[in-house]
Design a protein. Sequence first.
Lengths: 179, 245, 265
Amino acid sequence: MKRLHAVALLAIGLLLGSPVPAMAQKTSIDVAVAPTELSVVLGDRFTIETRLTNTDNAATGPLLAHLNVASLDNSVYVDPEDWSSERSQDVELEPGEAVTLSWELQAVNPGQIAVYVVVLPYGADAAANQQLVVSRLARVDVARRSTLTAGGVLPVVLIVPAVLAFAAIAARLRLRWRR
Amino acid sequence: MASLTVEAVELSKRFGEREAVRQVSFVAASGDVVGLLGPNGAGKTTLIRLLTTVLRPSGGTFQVAGLPATAAAEIRRRVGVLPESAGYPGHQTGEEYLRYFARLYGRSRAAARVVADGLLAEVGLSERSGTPISSYSRGMRQRLGIARALVNDPTVVFLDEPTLGLDPTGRSQVLDLVGTISRRRGATVLLSTHTLPDVERACSRVLILDRGRLVVSGGIDEIIAAARVERLSDAFLAMTREGSV
Amino acid sequence: MSRNRRTAAGWLVVAGQECRDLWLSGRGPLLLFVFSALLSTMTYVTSINKVLNFLEQREAVNLVLQVAVAVGALLSMVVAADGISGERERGTLESLLLTPVSGRAIVAGKAAAAVSLWLAAYLVSVPYLLVLSRGVGIAGPAAMAGVVVGTVVAGALTAIALLISSLSNSNKVSLAASIFLLLVLFAPAQLPSGRPQGWFFGVLRQLDPISSGLAYLSAVLVTGHRWTQDVSYLVSPVAITVLAGGALGLAGPRLVRLAAGGNGR
């Protein structure tokens, strides 16, 4: 009994400790992400790489790797489409094969942002209720640049029309004086 | 002997079926003031437009200021024209207007200013040089138009109905200017009008047009004698009703 | 002096006087004032938006530039539509035709004056572009793309309007025809999604010089495309400028005459 418990505990530990759970009923894929921590400034473009490894002895079949972006701060709304326009890549891995996928992103929102990749079976034959494979979180800290403020634009917003109004009035007066 | 400055040989202009000018031939010399008389629709304005290259003739040839019809741009450099229904940019002053045209004839900015000031003085508009043309009376606009016609110191000046719509004082001022142009500048003046007293006062020779044809040309006395009447107006009426003499 | 030098001087004199009439009579500054009031409103509203993200700020810069290009080019077109037909209506064309300045030079001078409205609108928009670009780093590309695209689009609209004006005896007809032609070119670009595909419909959609120019601006400033990636959008405004401008240049003496149609000089 104790041995059974130990084996069960070991199995659970292995499962929890391993980087990625296997895709149930199908094959095992490791998804590693790099870098896992990144600091950028608003507007910067950067690259995240994910390495997919087929650890099983069968081919994976068609797979779709999909990039997601989420804010770790409730007050900031993040639209993943704004961060990257190429968010899906399809792969197919032979037994033991590994491939590195690159994801180009642009930091569009300030704050703490989570970037991760989900791998799912692809195509019409993909069965329902399959466990998906998710990478570890890549945390991106995006610092603000000096940004737009109402006070900052007021000089332009007021002075330009004022100067042009003055010019228009001066032109009209010039016409009137000539009479 | 004065040189010929205008020579038209069987000049014609057709607009579709209508013949506006029919084989008109005449000459004018430097210093001449030639009256171009005729009823409405006689072809006076069309003839002027042909000679000033605004319109192309359908037939015939002409020379103006010693230049053939093919040298249109050069002819325009040597002639000055007051069109019949000339418009003026109301917001420009008289001075700006003349300066602009002086520059179009190739004068520098400084020279254009001198020319404009001189012409405004010549036509009696110096005091109004700085006011917009929209404030000018009709007579003042006609004088401004004559000034513009003189901006390039022309050899031949064409004035199309310069006294149209003017009161007697205005007419007199314009006709005085016409005399000045020919005497002081030695230019040939073609004065198109249907006002006979203007012709009698200002012109040394007359061309009478009717329905596009030249019915008679010559000195005023010659024409009166040839028509066997006592006045130019009688000769005019006779010729434009009953054909040529 | 050679004929070509006279011609060059002639168009400059015409352009100079047209610009004086436009800018010193009060019409030009008044139009610019109204335009700047619009830009000020757009800029202020953008600046008080607390949740504006990086892309939306870029889109705001792009929008200001698009408004500048569209308004500036349209103003140039309206002025150009008056170019020849307006002189005919006011009775001032004959005096101009009686000078040694060629029809080509007259048209060139009027085109230059009309395009000055676009250039002035662009200069007015530059301070707004600079403040809106703070933090998103596209002030330089926006300024450069704006002047290139705007000049090409304004050139196209000015050439079309001058051509139509030279063929019209009335200003109303000239302006109405210019705007109508623009709407005809504009319509295919507004076909809904699910629209017909193929090269023919692609060409039809890109016919409108304004829509094409603005689409190019968006591609460069918002989507981040390279300058050469979407250069096909500029084919329409460039082609229209060349065709209409070429027609004016070649047929200038025939087009600039006392009355549109009928016998000319």
